[in-house]
Design a protein around this ligand. Structure first.
Ligand code: SAH
Length: 336
């Protein structure tokens, strides 16, 4: 089978899937994410979205949406941080895109019943401005991998070797979707393609261009994929991707070029998470919060700030992409 089929089954199979059967986040889980590391992450994103909403004339009503909200922590912090922005909360209708019933329950406990859930971004409302955030969502989408062979590509596949899962290669074929990669790859290079990412981004971009709003996408990855980035994490340790299907988180780096190119009608810019958060004022905010802390709590707060922003930690690996209407100013942090 294709790696994308393996990933879909391993992550979202209704009875055995990794996301469908558990809450994988936090210290006791398999991995942690920026909103779980510090409340400051959601506060910065919330104020960024609220300022963008003000800059676009405070539309009422609007859709406030998140893709893959996990435990609902990021959205809870966004809602808390924007409480002081007159009219924002009253105008917001909350919509979450979440595939896992387990995590939907966690989100409901955190965010309440006034929330609507969707299986996919394509069914988000298409009649109001859309203000959307997605943190570590696109890295969980299934990818396909291709090995360059002459003017064609051999797809990397998952099969059986005895009774163990193993990688193999399909036959060499032309891949129209990879035509633009013939110029910048060499024999034996590996490239990745996420079949669902571009259609999701296109649906979001079309709503934003038609009705206003903005999307902020944060994830690890870069501009244009090159090399094998498929990875599995279990209990915060890397494991072999095929070893424990349904028991480990499977992700791949996000190809932001593919996301940006899916929204031709919207402006897009890519900056690192560290620069983005610094521009939004995370350091003054961290100092304010630090005034009420001491001892171990202060140390862990300082470590969290470093982890989110420092180039050796998440600051550089994670990138931020904004999508906003061609007629609107960029969201704060994305100015040239
Ligand atoms: N954004 C959260 C969680 C990231 S984990 C945070 O930063 O903490 C990935 C999230 O995306 C989980 O909520 C998972 O259930 C969801 N998800 C993964 N694949 C999905 C898909 N194809 N459709 C909808 N949600 C998906």
């Amino acid at each position: 089978m294709r790696i994308s089929e393996f990933m879909s089954e391993a992550l979202l199979n209704p009875t055995h899937g990794y996301y469908t059967t558990r809450d994988p986040l936090g210290a006791e889980g398999d991995f942690t994410t920026a909103p779980e590391i510090s409340q400051m992450f959601g506060e910065m994103i919330g104020l960024c979205l609220a300022q963008t909403w003000i800059d676009q004339g405070r539309p009422h009503p609007f859709t406030l949406a998140e893709l893959g909200p996990g435990r609902g922590t990021l959205m809870a912090d966004i809602l808390r941080a924007t409480r002081a922005v007159p009219g924002f909360r009253e105008a917001a209708n909350l919509h979450l895109v979440e595939a896992s019933p387990t995590l939907r329950d966690a989100q409901k406990r955190r965010l309440g019943d006034a929330t609507r859930w969707h299986d996919s971004a394509e069914s988000l409302p298409d009649d109001a401005p859309l203000f959307l955030v997605a943190n570590e969502f696109f890295d969980a989408l299934p990818i396909r991998q291709f090995l360059r062979s002459g003017p064609g590509w051999a797809e990397r596949l998952v099969g059986l070797e005895g009774d163990r899962l193993a990688f193999g290669l399909g036959e060499v074929l032309a891949q129209p979707a990879l035509k633009h990669r013939l110029a910048d790859t060499q024999e034996g290079d590996l490239v990745e393609l996420s079949p669902q990412a571009a259609p999701i981004m296109a649906a979001i971009g079309a709503r934003i261009e038609a009705h206003g709003g903005a999307a902020i996408v944060i994830d690890y990855g870069g501009w244009r994929s090159l090399g094998d980035t498929l990875q599995a994490l279990r209990a915060h340790e890397k494991v072999a991707p095929l070893d424990a299907p349904g028991q480990a988180d499977l992700t791949a780096h996000v190809d932001f070029e593919a996301l940006a190119k899916a929204t031709p009608s919207a402006h897009s810019k890519l900056i690192s998470q560290g620069v983005f958060l610094e521009r939004l004022g995370i350091t003054p905010r961290a100092r304010t919060l630090a005034q009420n802390l001491s001892g171990a709590a202060l140390e862990s707060h300082i470590a969290a700030h470093r982890r989110l922003t420092h180039p050796d930690e998440m600051g550089n690996l994670f990138k931020t992409l904004a999508v906003y209407p061609t007629t609107a100013p960029p969201p704060p942090g994305f100015e040239a």
